[in-house]
Ligand binder design. Structure first.
Ligand code: GLN
Length: 494
C-alpha cells in the first residue's frame, strides 16, 4: 500500500521511477472509490485534473527537471480553501456550486510544486464545529470506528490522510480544527504560528485566529509541507516576513537539554485519565532521551473557551455579512424586496450552528454590550497570551493532551453545543495566543488514537518539530498502527 507511506519515501520511489505519478494518483483515486462511500471524507473528487497534474509531473521528470519532493504526491484540500474554477463549498449550502475566480496562496504554492489534488474535503460548515457533523452535506466517519466522528472542523482532511486516500492534506485551525481531528484519527496535525502561512483564499471564519496547516502521516512530512506553504504573502497583510527554514532537513532526533513544561491545568477536570496518563508517559519518554521536564501553570486557561466564544463569533458575524445573496452564494428565489432577499438567502443558506454564531457575535458587538463582552474578552485574551509568555521564559515547549477525550460517537454531542465546545478546551488557548501547536499520536485508549499536543514559542516551529520528530522516531508502534479494515503495511519511514 503505497499511499500509507510518507512523502519522503514516495518522492524517492517516484524519483527512481519505480512507478509514475499517474500510477500513484490512480491508486489514490481507486482507494477513494473503494473507501469513501463509507468514510465520506470528500465533498468533491477531481479525477480528471488530478490525472492531468500527475501526467505533467511525469513529463517534467522525463525532461530531467528538478522537482520538489511534493511533485506527484496525491493530496487534498479542506473545502474552505479557494481553488480557481473548482467548486469550493465551505461545507455550506450558501456556497454550494461556487467556483472561485482565484486560488488560495497555499494552493498556488503547492500547485507550483507539482502537488496532485485528489479532491476537496468535508468540514463543519464554515469551519464551525468539532466533529464534521455540521457539514451541510453529510458527516464524515472516523476510519478507526465508523460509528465515531473524525473530529473537526478539518475532519475530512484527517480521515482522508488516516485512511490513506491521500498522503497529506491541508486544514485550517481557528480553535483546534487541525489538531483535534489529527488527534482523533491518529495523524500528525500542525497549526503554524499566526502569520506564518498566508490566509489569502482561506474563506474567513475568525480572521485573528485562523491559520492554514498540514495534516500528514509523519512529523517530517508536516515539516516538508509547512515549508512549501510558509512565507510572506503581499496578499495577506498579517502574513509575517520571517525566514522560512528547511525544517525537514534539520530533524535529527536530538532532544538533549530541551526544557518541556507540563501545564497542570491541561490535566484537570474533563480530561480522560487514560488520555492524561498516555501524555505523561510520552513526556517521560522524552525525558529518558535527555529532555528536561517540569510542571508549570497557565492560570487563565479556564477562561479560554468563554473568551473564544465571544471573539470567534464576533469576527465570524462580521466576516459572514458578505453572504447576502447579491454577489455570490445562495440567492433565495422569489424575494419581493432587497431586505427579503437578504433575509431569505441567509435563512436558507446557513445552517443552525452558523446562525447561532452569527447571533452570538452580533450580540457581543452590539452597542451597550460591546464593553461587557467583546472588549472584556480582548483583555482576557491578553492575559492568556501572557501566561504563555511567562511559561516560555522557562521552557522551550509545552506538552499536554490535544483533546480531553478520544473520538466520540456520531450524534452524541450534536444537540449539546456546550459539550461540543469543550472538545477544544485544550487547543483554543493556543490560537488565542497565536502560537504554533502540533498534535501527534501517543498511544491508544480503547482502540482509539490519543494525541500529544506540543506548543512552542512564536515562529519557533523548528523546536516544536524537533521534539515531535524525536518522539515519533522513538515510538514507531503508533505510526505503524493502521485503522482496522484500511489495509496493513503502513511504512516506518519517519
Ligand atoms: N471547534 C471550534 C469551533 O467550532 C474550532 C473550529 C476551528 O478551529 N475552525 O469554533
Amino acid at each position: 500500500m503505497r499511499l500509507l507511506g510518507s512523502i519522503d519515501r514516495l518522492a524517492s520511489e517516484l524519483a527512481r521511477k519505480e512507478y509514475s505519478a499517474v500510477e500513484l494518483v490512480e491508486e489514490a483515486l481507486d482507494r477513494v472509490e473503494r473507501l469513501d462511500g463509507t468514510l465520506r471524507a470528500f465533498i468533491t473528487v477531481l479525477p480528471e485534473t488530478a490525472l492531468a497534474q500527475a501526467a505533467a509531473v511525469d513529463r517534467a521528470r522525463s525532461r530531467g527537471d528538478r522537482l520538489s519532493p511534493l511533485a506527484g504526491i496525491p493530496m487534498a484540500l479542506k473545502d474552505n480553501l479557494c481553488t480557481r474554477g473548482i467548486p469550493t463549498t465551505c461545507g455550506s449550502r450558501m456556497l454550494d456550486g461556487y467556483r472561485p475566480p482565484y486560488s488560495a496562496t497555499v494552493w498556488r504554492r503547492l500547485e507550483a510544486a507539482g502537488a496532485v489534488l485528489v479532491g476537496k474535503t468535508n468540514l463543519d460548515e464554515f469551519a464551525m464545529g468539532s466533529s464534521t457533523e455540521n457539514s451541510a452535506f453529510f458527516p464524515t466517519r472516523n476510519p478507526w470506528d465508523p460509528k465515531r466522528v473524525p473530529g473537526g472542523s478539518s475532519g475530512g482532511s484527517a480521515a482522508a490522510v488516516a485512511a490513506g486516500e491521500v498522503v497529506y492534506a491541508l486544514g485550517s485551525d481557528t480553535g483546534g480544527s487541525i489538531r483535534q481531528p489529527a488527534s482523533f484519527t491518529g495523524v500528525v496535525g500542525l497549526k503554524p504560528t499566526y502569520g506564518r502561512v498566508s490566509r489569502y483564499g482561506l474563506i474567513a471564519f475568525a480572521s485573528s485566529l485562523d491559520q492554514v496547516g498540514p495534516l500528514a502521516r509523519t512529523v517530517r512530512d508536516s515539516a516538508t509541507v509547512l515549508h512549501a506553504i510558509s512565507g510572506h504573502d503581499p496578499l495577506d497583510s498579517t502574513s509575517a516576513a520571517v525566514p522560512v527554514p528547511d525544517w525537514a532537513a534539520r530533524l535529527d532526533g536530538e532532544v538533549r537539554g530541551i526544557k518541556i513544561g507540563v501545564p497542570l491545568e491541561y490535566f484537570g477536570t474533563g480530561v480522560d485519565p487514560e488520555v492524561a496518563r498516555l501524555v505523561r508517559q510520552a513526556v517521560d519518554l522524552l525525558v529518558g532521551m535527555g529532555a528536561e521536564a517540569a510542571e508549570c501553570s497557565l492560570p487563565h486557561t479556564e477562561y479560554a473557551v468563554a473568551t473564544y466564544y465571544v471573539l470567534a463569533p464576533a469576527e465570524a458575524s462580521s466576516n459572514l455579512a458578505r453572504y447576502d445573496g447579491v454577489r455570490y452564494g445562495w440567492r433565495a428565489p422569489g424575494a419581493k424586496s432587497l431586505t427579503e432577499l437578504y433575509t431569505l438567502s441567509r435563512q436558507q443558506g446557513f445552517g443552525r450552528e452558523v446562525k447561532r454564531r452569527i447571533m452570538l457575535g452580533t450580540y457581543a458587538l452590539s452597542a451597550g454590550y460591546y464593553e461587557a463582552y467583546y472588549l472584556k474578552s480582548q483583555k482576557v485574551r491578553s492575559l492568556i497570551r501572557q501566561d504563555f509568555d511567562r511559561a516560555f521564559e522557562r521552557f522551550d515547549v509545552l506538552a499536554m493532551p490535544t483533546s480531553p477525550e478520544v473520538a466520540f460517537r456520531h450524534g452524541e454531542r450534536a444537540s449539546d453545543p456546550l459539550r461540543m465546545y469543550m472538545a477544544d478546551a485544550l487547543t483554543i488557548p493556543v490560537n488565542l495566543a497565536g502560537l504554533p501547536g502540533i498534535s501527534l499520536p501517543c498511544g491508544f485508549s480503547r482502540g482509539l488514537p490519543v494525541g500529544l499536543q506540543l506548543v512552542g514559542r512564536p515562529f519557533e516551529e523548528e523546536t516544536l518539530l524537533r521534539v515531535a520528530h524525536a518522539y515519533e522516531v522513538a515510538t514507531p508502534e503508533w505510526r505503524q498502527a493502521v485503522p482496522p479494515g484500511i489495509a496493513a503495511g503502513r511504512g516506518d519511514d519517519a
